[in-house]
Design a protein around this ligand. Sequence first.
Ligand code: NAG
Ligand code: NAG
Ligand code: NAG
Ligand code: NAG
Ligand code: NAG
Ligand code: NAG
Ligand code: NAG
Ligand code: ZN
Ligand code: ZN
Length: 618
Amino acid sequence: MLTVNLVLGFLGALAAVSACPDGPDGHTHDHAKRAVPSSPLTPPTRPLVWGDVNVIHTTDSHGWLLGHQKTSFPEPNYSGDLGDFASFVTHMKQIAIERDVDLLLVDSGDLHDGTGLTDGFPAGGIDAHDANQFIKQLPYDIMAIGNHELYIYANALDMHTNFAPAFKGRYLSSNVNITLLNNKNQVVTVPVGDRFAKFTTRKGRKVTSLGVLYDFTGNDHNTTVQKVEDMVKEKWFADAIKEEPDFFLLVGHMPVARDNWPLVFNAVRAVHPLTPILILGGHTHIRDCLQLDGRSISLESGRYMETIGFLSANLDKKGSHKTGNLTFNRRYLDPNRVTFEFHTKRISFNFDTLEGKSITQGLNKLAKKFDLSFQFGTAPHDFTINQAPYPSNNSLLTLFIEDAVPVALAINNTRASIPNIMITNSGSQRFDIYAGAFTKNDQLTASPFADSFLFIPGVPFNVANQVLPALNNAGANERRAMLEEREQHNYGRGYVETEYRRWLEEMDRRNDGVARRAAANLTLGYVTNDACPGVGDDVLHAPLPFFSVPDFIGSVPPTVATPDTPIDLVFVDFISTQLLQILNTVQTAKLYSNADVQSYSPILANAALGLFAQSAWN
Ligand SMILES: *[C@@H]1O[C@H](CO)[C@@H](O)[C@H](O)[C@H]1NC(C)=O
Ligand SMILES: *[C@@H]1O[C@H](CO)[C@@H](O)[C@H](O)[C@H]1NC(C)=O
Ligand SMILES: *[C@@H]1O[C@H](CO)[C@@H](O)[C@H](O)[C@H]1NC(C)=O
Ligand SMILES: *[C@@H]1O[C@H](CO)[C@@H](O)[C@H](O)[C@H]1NC(C)=O
Ligand SMILES: *[C@@H]1O[C@H](CO)[C@@H](O)[C@H](O)[C@H]1NC(C)=O
Ligand SMILES: *[C@@H]1O[C@H](CO)[C@@H](O)[C@H](O)[C@H]1NC(C)=O
Ligand SMILES: *[C@@H]1O[C@H](CO)[C@@H](O)[C@H](O)[C@H]1NC(C)=O
Ligand SMILES: [Zn+2]
Ligand SMILES: [Zn+2]
């Protein structure tokens, strides 16, 4: 029942692309806009703690390369774009030279799917191909493949053919292969990137690196994901870790907690009980840190360019006994120019590098080419998935199913005059909508799933009206077991929203969100409580409000003359199987099957918000 769409569906993201004309002053203009959000950005207060080896970490960027450009908080905290980040990296590299230490740049995957820059390509294009040309311009030391590189074969092939070669052996896919025709027209199966890398840092430290993907099961045909437990038994793996480096840099698209890092870690520890190990994970979109032992650290750095991770390690002094715990430090930065300037001791005037500026300009040009600032209308206020109760006026889910879908599906529809109930899954919405221009980019970030609408005609109102509550009914133990099984299945297919939302919910509860938000000196954002020593967040925040939402959402039931008035039961194809099953449990007069299901409208779910905005927000 789970399709790729569903899986992709929960990936939240929202990035508005600048509507500024791409003129000679486009860049300045753009930054001027971001430098003056509705309230000024306050800088961090603590400098970073540098060590002998330092790492800047990105993960799950999902196309948010122009940063978050809405003015509703906390979006301005994440307003840095890839050009700003490139300038930051350049200055940080310079600081590392002055301090005479090592600084590495690492990414843990998921470059595809999330914004117009990746997904807004014209027909015939390849997701993220153009955006990736800008990522190639950054001096990444190690990158690992993510599950979103593998949903569509063409994307994986593009990574193998056009992306990986730019990193000269440092784009890693330890347990991920692709099958293709080689230049002799033979079918071959090869790693998408490289399986491992060994290199020497500027300071002469030897490093051994892997790029591991968690046990992902939703990959396209002709791509192979080997289970982590099998990977660590491979001969190449044993050979790769045999020689002792100064430290292991284990990168991967796998959460640092509750997944299989211990398998990799233990395999290395079995050979090298004391060698320092740095683990840089990803995938669940949260900020997290833990230590598997006192001479290792595992860091995960959030999602959507809402977080840049910084990690430092003091290695053993020459000649000292290599047994004691090592000192590590980690920090989660809110990526914006204020943060970047603070930590590089720059001001706006001397912050931008030529390369950084050119990346920003290039991304804006790409946004223009994809027509991402095409405006459907103006959102009157914020509509969020979890920051407002469902149903409510500020809920994106309410907006979508009570307003947008009914309006969009009534267009050119001969059945529009027949009363109906419309149902979809809450995972159909991926990212919040913020007040202001609602553009093509916003539509792609908020509601990317091209699900079609089906219906069953002539369902008695009192039957149709029981379907939504029955779908959401979480009472029965039987259903709880089913839910757990579904969750596990979905996790394998790449659905991480459950983990991410659990994190937000816990954050709000643990911090007594209401009280903390009332303390006027704290701004909204992530409040991380991980298992590493000290405070991880670079800027202290109050947590965003969190409201849980049901799995399924529906339109307002129509007023009908009698309970048995026949109405249209409308739903997205994605939930078709479950809906038929439930429909046959809430009544037994008729056995409904696929034969009763018809197409309701040619309009797809991912077009509903735009059509609604054109009619209601103009
Ligand atoms: C983050 O956003 C808040 C508003 O919630 C703002 O006041 C604060 O200055 C921002 N912090 C940084 C470092 O940008
Ligand atoms: C897999 O790739 C091979 C080689 O390109 C091709 O012959 C085959 O048709 C592909 N399989 C599928 C299911 O597309
Ligand atoms: C991946 O490709 C390599 C190189 O062709 C091959 O030796 C290995 O068996 C493949 N692994 C999987 C799991 O397909
Ligand atoms: C070393 O680190 C480990 C794991 O973080 C911890 O359990 C242990 O107490 C530490 N030992 C010392 C001597 O600090
Ligand atoms: C929600 O919106 C409706 C329609 O605009 C309005 O009548 C109602 O007062 C609003 N409710 C709240 C709590 O703002
Ligand atoms: C509705 O029909 C009109 C006239 O045929 C057409 O121009 C318009 O594009 C249609 N609207 C949608 C959303 O399909
Ligand atoms: C905010 O105010 C409280 C109470 O005065 C104080 O304890 C806390 O340190 C302040 N936090 C920040 C980040 O300034
Ligand atoms: Zn991701
Ligand atoms: Zn992922």
